[in-house]
Ligand binder design. Structure first.
Ligand SMILES: NC(=O)c1ccc[n+]([C@@H]2O[C@H](COP(=O)([O-])OP(=O)(O)OC[C@H]3O[C@@H](n4cnc5c(N)ncnc54)[C@H](OP(=O)(O)O)[C@@H]3O)[C@@H](O)[C@H]2O)c1
Length: 298
């Protein structure tokens, strides 16, 4: 039976992967206590013990603003550790599935980024993720690097859940309107990962390893996203004090943060479509599904 190791099992994507990958083999999901990516010894000990056929690595240092003052730790987790996983995968003939981000780009222009566009990270987090990609590519060809954007889900902390909380407390809210991207649900990322691993397990000789963009279809600003999700949540009966019209758009300069955000987070997913025949659904679908799941849970 295929042994599939999932790191960071309590993260948004890690949580969904346990469900989505379960039909594909024996799932060994570990948390930070069991496998600490900041500690190379911990990584190597676990790999030697668990002997996975597929390593799926959604664990990451994801505190984007804190990374500006903790860049060494961010690099240990996001850059050094993926390189160690990749070396092990290469020596042992395993597949490494890793996740990266639109933050590897500088956010200029308004064209969706393609996989081979030049990276130019503008933040410590973005740089650490870019270095992780480079370390993987240098260590093994046996990898999938899946760049995604604006991740949300019912499990974990994210923009959607923050907006829902604030919409139950406030009557007016200001949200940045000049950064554009595609909110992508953790469930979609996990389900798509399952399709890719399934293909690898069926034929690993002709498998198109490499880097792919994996984001929901469509595009929106954070402001438009907030308005949409609050409108839908009200329709579903969430008791909210805020209406979509009372969410006001502001420019990035009006909400200063330690780490620079890309203004253009659009990811072109054409390569994934061509290589695997996968067309990803609109971002609104994931928002509706997640809101429905949250409503059922409460
Ligand atoms: N969130 C986004 O908007 C976004 C956008 C683009 C790309 N991505 C990428 O997508 C992937 C999944 O993101 P996500 O949103 O699911 O992240 P997340 O919810 O923040 O989860 C990250 C997980 O990594 C674990 N972790 C952190 N440091 C660790 C360490 N030293 N050793 C082991 N585990 C550690 C965390 O453990 P604890 O539970 O113990 O903290 C957590 O479970 C990441 O590669 C991220 O860079 C995310």
């Amino acid at each position: 039976m295929t042994r599939i190791l999932i790191t960071g099992k309590n993260g948004q994507v890690g949580h969904e992967l346990q469900r989505a990958l379960a039909p594909l083999g024996e799932i060994i999901a570990v948390d930070r206590q069991q496998l600490d990516l900041a500690k190379p010894d911990s990584i190597l000990t676990q790999l030697a013990k668990l002997q996975p056929d597929v390593i799926v690595n959604p664990a990451a240092y994801t505190a984007v603003d804190k990374a500006e003052s903790e860049s060494e730790l961010a690099c240990a987790v996001n850059a050094v550790a993926p390189g160690i996983l990749a070396q092990w995968a290469d020596v042992h003939g395993a597949l490494l599935v890793h996740y990266s981000t639109d933050y590897v780009f500088n956010g200029a222009g308004n064209k969706p980024w393609r996989e081979d566009d030049a990276a130019d990270p503008q933040s410590a987090y973005g740089l650490s993720k870019w270095r992780g990609e480079q370390a993987i590519r240098a260590a093994t060809q046996r990898h999938l690097i899946l760049r995604t954007s604006w991740v949300f889900g019912a499990h974990g902390a994210n923009f959607l859940k923050t907006m829902l909380r604030l919409a139950a407390e406030r009557t007016e809210l200001k949200v940045v309107a000049d950064q554009i991207g595609a909110p992508t649900s953790a469930a979609l990322i996990a389900d798509t990962t399952a399709r890719l691993i399934e293909r690898y397990l069926a034929d690993n000789q002709r498998f198109p390893f490499g880097t792919y963009h994996l984001a929901a279809a469509g595009e929106i600003s954070w402001h438009g996203y907030a308005q949409y999700l609050i409108g839908k949540a009200r329709q579903l009966g969430f008791p909210l004090t805020l209406s979509p019209e009372a969410v006001l758009g502001i420019p990035t300069e009006a909400y200063p943060l330690p780490a620079k955000r890309p203004a253009n987070s659009r990811l072109d997913c054409g390569k994934l479509r061509h290589a695997f025949g996968l067309t990803l659904p609109d971002w609104r679908d994931g928002v509706k599904q997640t809101l429905a799941a949250l409503k059922t849970a409460n």
